[in-house]
Design a binder for this molecule. Sequence first.
Ligand SMILES: *Cc1c(COP(=O)(O)O)cnc(C)c1O
Length: 321
Amino acid sequence: MTLRYLSELTLPELEQAARGVPYQRLPDELFPGIEVWIRRDDLLDPLISGNKAYKLLFNLLEARERGAEKIITCGGAWSNHIHAVAAAGRRFGFQTVGIIRGERPRHLSATLQDAERFGMELRFVSRDRYRKRGDKSFLQQVGLEDKRAVFVPEGGANLAGAQGTKFLGEVIGRTEPVHFDQVWLACGTGLTLAGVQAGITEVPVIGVPVLKAERSIIEQAALWLQRSGNSVRLQSLRNGHDCGGYARTTTGLMAYMRRFERVASVPLDPVYTAKLAYGLQCELEAGRVTHGQKILLLHSGGLQGRRGLPGWSNNNRSGGA
Ligand SMILES: *Cc1c(COP(=O)(O)O)cnc(C)c1O
């Protein structure tokens, strides 16, 4: 399949791209007894991909409507969101500023190098300052107040972001190649879980937390559903597959990721999608998945972040695979 670049910032353009995202049936060898597919939202666009793209593009549509020229946002050194904002700003003609947690290091991460290359202005702020990013006066506190700017919270986690992921859920409902019994996705904040469930009301969406915050994920997801006026029922999470916490890995996880990539020829990232696939594999082994079910895994992107892991860069694969 050839990758297509999103060429304009409009809803029909996004819809066309989203409808063109491929679904792949995974080899039975990986998940014996169930039928597993993966929706490749990592392929939505070469630079603006995954669930962050849906959150972000809805934010940008809103910013354009308001006549904003500049997008200010925040994130960490390997943030998929920062990367997507910088790329989208360049593509669609917004100036971008990224407020980054911590001091400017001697060597920028590959993510931040890209962001600067795309034209994003990086502002490093202390961890104490960064902690206040939810305050109303945060931009003032870091000296970035600007009437022509729109502030997009970390990860695109706001109402527009929730609407973007709801749109993704609707698209899945309209394009599924077979009728799925469940959709599984990786959860950080839980916003994507809420949004996709709001969009695909008939199919239960199962979240696999990638960090130890199951309670807050459910609370956040419920809050987003309430704030966006959706009354769908949230399904439960499948806990215990975070491998020690956010961005932590285990040898079991990494071995599984390599096997999955070899057998399915689908690249994963160790922070989110590898834990999703591994989580399903562990649940299946433990007898907690009904045989014969058709399950969709959502590939939520994040592959640029792989470069943060020694020996796992996209271009320079080393190790056993
Ligand atoms: C941010 C992210 C998630 C988690 O999304 P939430 O809406 O915060 O739960 C999942 N996968 C990838 C690749 C991400 O970058």
